[in-house]
Design a protein around this ligand. Structure first.
Ligand SMILES: *[C@@H]1O[C@H](CO)[C@@H](O)[C@H](O)[C@H]1NC(C)=O
Ligand SMILES: *[C@@H]1O[C@H](CO)[C@@H](O)[C@H](O)[C@H]1NC(C)=O
Ligand SMILES: *[C@@H]1O[C@H](CO)[C@@H](O)[C@H](O)[C@H]1NC(C)=O
Ligand SMILES: *[C@@H]1O[C@H](CO)[C@@H](O)[C@H](O)[C@H]1NC(C)=O
Ligand SMILES: *[C@@H]1O[C@H](CO)[C@@H](O)[C@H](O)[C@H]1NC(C)=O
Ligand SMILES: *[C@@H]1O[C@H](CO)[C@@H](O)[C@H](O)[C@H]1NC(C)=O
Ligand SMILES: *[C@@H]1O[C@H](CO)[C@@H](O)[C@H](O)[C@H]1NC(C)=O
Ligand SMILES: *[C@@H]1O[C@H](CO)[C@@H](O)[C@H](O)[C@H]1NC(C)=O
Ligand SMILES: *[C@@H]1O[C@H](CO)[C@@H](O)[C@H](O)[C@H]1NC(C)=O
Length: 509
């Protein structure tokens, strides 16, 4: 019904199909990156504007480039300092959704790693990693099912899509998956033997990857008819490589009674899925669905629909309302929304709408809405590499940018506390300049690092303490007299410490 009114997807979108296939840097980004002497990390030189008090916590994000480069996931401070640079994705690999979560009562880091494909399908095949506080892998969650049909000629180790990696409080994780499926698409203007990208979600056991729950949108077309998708079929659905990605589930959350909340990008809808698979209700951001939309309630192409609060009478839901997509963009700003759904009157009312009128953003893909413990909200703008923090009154108190618009993106972004105690040792590099030695030291991920002891000498096995210095940023420097060998010791308070290897001073500064 609404499909016909929308513009046709241009072939230029199809040509950026593979967005992570060439490894690092054959294109030079104009964005500036920080460099260090003691490590090869290259975090972005962020631009940070603060307009008020911000909440504590580090920033967690990934950097995927819609062009040719994928950079590592990062933990940084809101003062432009690197805390931890994660693994650099290998060729044909990308990393999505870095965030701290809790598993069995302990803090963990999670991220998705795999092969990603850009719009119009915008999905991936991969695995989810759980790291402990020492950044060591503790679990790897996979979805193995030989019945999945793949885009052509790929060997897929695991079918987990890149959109969701939410841990539950019951030892499981919520994920999505995409299954290219042959389907009669004549009702929406496609071919009888057409191809659709079925959109599924799963609850998997973290330790065993066992499937605890599975739901497929295509198995519920009676409740979610194909005609409801706003993604035009034009040019899509003829073969499995260019299957029609009608549903595009991009977030999964869970209710205490076992039901799930899912968000469909191209239906502009949020569904409560009963544990028995039936759609309990749908909130459509344009037509309302099972709800009457109150003043200002209007969303489309949204991401990250979350349950904020539930009661007998109401559900409060947050989301990042992109309001833009590859098929419709540039007219309505992207916003953060908090909505109250009255389950008795079936009205959806606006509790909060977050928008920075000084810097309006139109984000066609990705993004998230994170409620912070002190009442603030962090919005990740997905395709636009900016985070904005809003205070409890809805004023923007911080804007942070980490790349060129529409070039670098972070699927989601989080501000959270984190304690990291890496198993890897500190790093040191030194050079000589006349009769002095310049020493550079860092320790990737060591959030408890307070300062350094520096050892030097002319005999590698007889080094002496030559200086102590408090930690200053990611890389701390000190200048001492002439020595041939150096070693540094990172101190975590007064009691814990860890030494680097002994390195010769070979370079001239
Ligand atoms: C980072 O940006 C600041 C402010 O714009 C600038 O002074 C500094 O030189 C930049 N650093 C790098 C490494 O590009
Ligand atoms: C897939 O592999 C087959 C057989 O090797 C080849 O004929 C076909 O062109 C390949 N398709 C793509 C899209 O690469
Ligand atoms: C994937 O789709 C095929 C049909 O194309 C179907 O046979 C198979 O069961 C589906 N797999 C899953 C996990 O839904
Ligand atoms: C698949 O469909 C796309 C889009 O219509 C087309 O460009 C491509 O050539 C088709 N591929 C094959 C192998 O038929
Ligand atoms: C699922 O449960 C709901 C509510 O209890 C019920 O209305 C619906 O018919 C059930 N669906 C199936 C397929 O059993
Ligand atoms: C929407 O995005 C497409 C693809 O990037 C682009 O071709 C088109 O010009 C955009 N439309 C608007 C109104 O910005
Ligand atoms: C928020 O609004 C209240 C009431 O208008 C005011 O008292 C308070 O100072 C405001 N807080 C901030 C952070 O602006
Ligand atoms: C370094 O000290 C060790 C132990 O005292 C000694 O055996 C060695 O010869 C010394 N090396 C140099 C290069 O002086
Ligand atoms: C290094 O040499 C300069 C003169 O060349 C001298 O002033 C300085 O005290 C020396 N520093 C050390 C640490 O020996």
């Amino acid at each position: 019904m609404m499909t016909g009114q929308l513009s046709i997807i241009s072939l230029s979108i199809l040509s950026i199909w593979f967005f992570s296939s060439h490894g690092k840097a054959d294109t030079v980004s104009p964005w500036q990156y920080q460099t260090f002497k003691s490590a090869t990390y290259q975090p972005p030189n962020m631009t940070i504007e603060k307009h008020g008090r911000t909440e504590p916590g580090f920033l967690f994000f990934d950097q995927t480039w819609a062009g040719t480069v994928d950079y590592a996931p990062l933990i940084m401070t809101d003062e432009n300092e690197l805390v931890w640079q994660g693994p650099m994705p290998a060729e044909d690999n990308t990393i999505f959704g870095l965030r701290p979560q809790t598993f069995e009562g302990k803090p963990v880091l999670t991220y998705w790693r795999g092969t990603g494909y850009g719009d119009p399908l915008g999905f991936g095949y991969g695995v989810i990693y759980l790291l402990d506080q020492s950044y060591e892998e503790i679990y790897r969650v996979t979805l193995e099912d030989s019945s999945f049909a793949v885009v052509e000629n790929l060997t897929i180790p695991s079918w987990i899509d890149l959109h969701e990696s939410k841990l539950t409080d019951r030892g499981s994780i919520l994920v999505t998956a995409v299954n290219m499926t042959q389907y009669d698409l004549r009702s929406v203007g496609g071919e009888e033997d057409g191809w659709i990208a079925d959109s599924l979600f799963y609850e998997l056991d973290v330790k065993t990857s066992r499937v605890l729950y599975r739901w497929s949108a295509l198995e519920h077309v009676d409740e979610i008819p194909l005609e409801g998708s706003l993604l035009p079929i034009d040019g899509l659905g003829n073969n499995r490589t260019y299957a029609w990605g009608a549903f595009h589930i991009n977030s999964v959350d869970f209710f205490d009674d076992g039901a799930y909340l899912i968000s469909s990008r191209y239906y502009c809808s949020i569904y409560r899925i009963n544990r028995n698979g039936t759609v309990d209700w749908v909130l459509n951001g344009r037509s309302g669905g099972d709800f009457k939309l109150g003043p200002g309630v209007d969303f489309c192409y949204q991401h990250d629909a979350r349950i904020r609060h539930t009661s007998e009478d109401a559900v409060i839901i947050s989301m990042f309302n992109n309001a833009n997509s590859p098929v419709e963009n540039g007219t309505s700003p992207s916003t953060g929304l908090l909505l109250r759904l009255d389950l008795n009157t079936h009205e959806a009312t606006l509790e909060r709408k977050l928008l920075d009128s000084r810097d309006v953003i139109y984000s066609e893909s990705q993004g998230n809405y994170q409620h912070l413990p002190g009442g603030h909200t962090l919005l990740g703008h997905g395709q636009i590499p900016k985070f904005k923090e809003y205070d409890a009154n809805g004023s923007c108190v911080m804007t942070l940018q980490f790349g060129e618009n529409n070039e670098v993106s972070s699927y989601r972004g989080f501000r959270l506390p984190w304690i990291g105690k890496p198993k890897t040792p500190p790093s040191v590099w030194a050079c000589s300049s006349g009769n002095s030695t310049h020493i550079y030291m860092s320790w990737n991920g060591a959030t408890e690092l307070t300062g350094w002891n520096v050892y030097g000498g002319s005999n590698a096995s007889h080094l002496q303490l030559v200086g102590s210095v408090p930690k200053k940023g990611f890389e701390t420097t000190i200048v001492i007299g002439s020595v041939r060998y150096v070693q540094v010791e990172g101190k975590e308070g007064a009691l814990m410490s860890r030494t680097s290897s002994v390195v010769p001073v070979n370079a001239t500064c």
